[in-house]
Design a protein around this ligand. Sequence first.
Ligand code: DON
Length: 558
Amino acid sequence: MIKKIISIIIVLTIGFSYYPTSIGKNGVVSSSSVHASDIGIAVLQSGGNAIDAAIAVGFALGVTFPNAGNIGGGGFMVLRLANGEVSTIDFREVAPLLSDRDMFLDDSSRVIRGKSLYSAFASGVPGTVAGFGYAHEKYGTKSWESLIEPSINLAYNGFKITTRDADYLNSARRFLSRDKEASEIFVPKKKHKVGDLLIQTDLANTLKRISMYGYREFYQGLTSRRIIQCMNRTNGIISKEDLLTYKPVERKPVEFEYKGYKIYSMPPASSGGICLAEILNQIEPMNIETFDYHSPEHVQLIVEAERRAYADRAEYMGDMDFVEVPIEELISDEYALMRFTDFDFDIAMPSANIGPGLSSSYKESPETTHYSVVDKWGNAVSVTTTLNGKYGNGIVVDGAGFLLNNEMDDFSIKPGHPNKYGLIGKEANSIQPKKRMLSSMTPTIVENPSGELVLVLGSPGGSTIITTVAQIIINIIDYNMSISEAVSAPRFHHQWLPDVVFYEDGGLPTKTIKALKDKGYVFHKRKSIGEANCIQIPSNGVIFGAADSRRQASTKAY
Ligand code: DON
């Protein structure tokens, strides 16, 4: 209560620190940080396109949202040019050359607790800077320096932190104190409070170098040497060669239709696009729109489709450069029909009875970040990027001011052993040098049946990312919600194992929960699921931004 009153006083005296909705005619940016969204809009206003703005926003998040925004992590970008061409850029981290399948197991093949999350071994080779560099060389129009400059200034001069930022940083004090570099930057003697300036001089200098010498500086220049110095200090295994050989990959999107709408999403190394297609394809013939929103039937249809998609995720999905992923089969309508033949409104299908379909308890915290951008020409960009865990592995690169990821935990570190998000995997997602760990990030773009751009979507939330995106699409297409309603609507989630329906506290009607419990479903409450920062473009020339108030994100428009 006291906290609420203080927030109201702050809002009345210094204004809002976040903006959940926006409307514009020219361009919109929806991101986790008000500073990043402002920077993106400024790029658009000065004539940059959506790709330019997305790069500038990405760097800004690395400064103002250090728990997830990054230059020491990786991510995925889906982009649709105004001419209708769609592509994706995979800048996921890769396993270092010195990694091996059993690196997180002891001599008795038991998982060494915490090693894949909280040690220097947890880091994959960072891909973010190369991803932005690649996107800029191929699709950007503004100078590289101009896109990074606002972030350099924010890092040098500092920015005023919000209540949310202070809460995130204070809750990680102990974790960030373990590393001397991280501690110097993020753990002052007194706890952070709203309005404090967060100054990051080392990060500013790193960004300055990347700006002056280009993105390769991160992999070949002083920054790369600082990373190696950090590896020597912390006994990590990322080598000079790992950095020199890192490459982002441009890939064809996963592409499928839902009720006449064309959906483009991320192929492996993310499982996002395939699972999204599987979920929506299974639901498509079931006339979900005829059931009341959040009625037992509505929830059950989605839960059962999610269960089956995640069972396939565990079996078939991994980096396509290492394993063959049967994408076309998995995303086909025929497969979805076959997969859903044992669906029955009368019972909860136990996950134990659901294997892979082809013939052969965790707590969410703000750890990933999604942003969406649309410009006045109709170019659209959807980016999800992460360090994996909140503040990654908590290690800041020596003198370079940025945190390293702990993405190695997204591999199946032992077949059947759940990762941080309770997801299990098998051989397809085992560790191999230079392999990308399987992700759930689901940056997505939707066209209406006339082929026009209508939605730019995505979310953080680990395993819940895919189901968050699926439910927003259903909310809009089947229940005619606006983007703000669709983003705010309470969410639920099933991921095959554990065999549990997670739901947002207070988010589902008690009657629905009771009816489904009677059929055998088990429910677990979660504080919140996802943070979807999205954009909707109805065909009346107006663009709507929606930023998720669950984590106080901000959308801006002009
Ligand atoms: O790539 C993935 O699927 C995870 N590393 C994403 C982590 C995440 O979304 C954390 N956010 N709450």
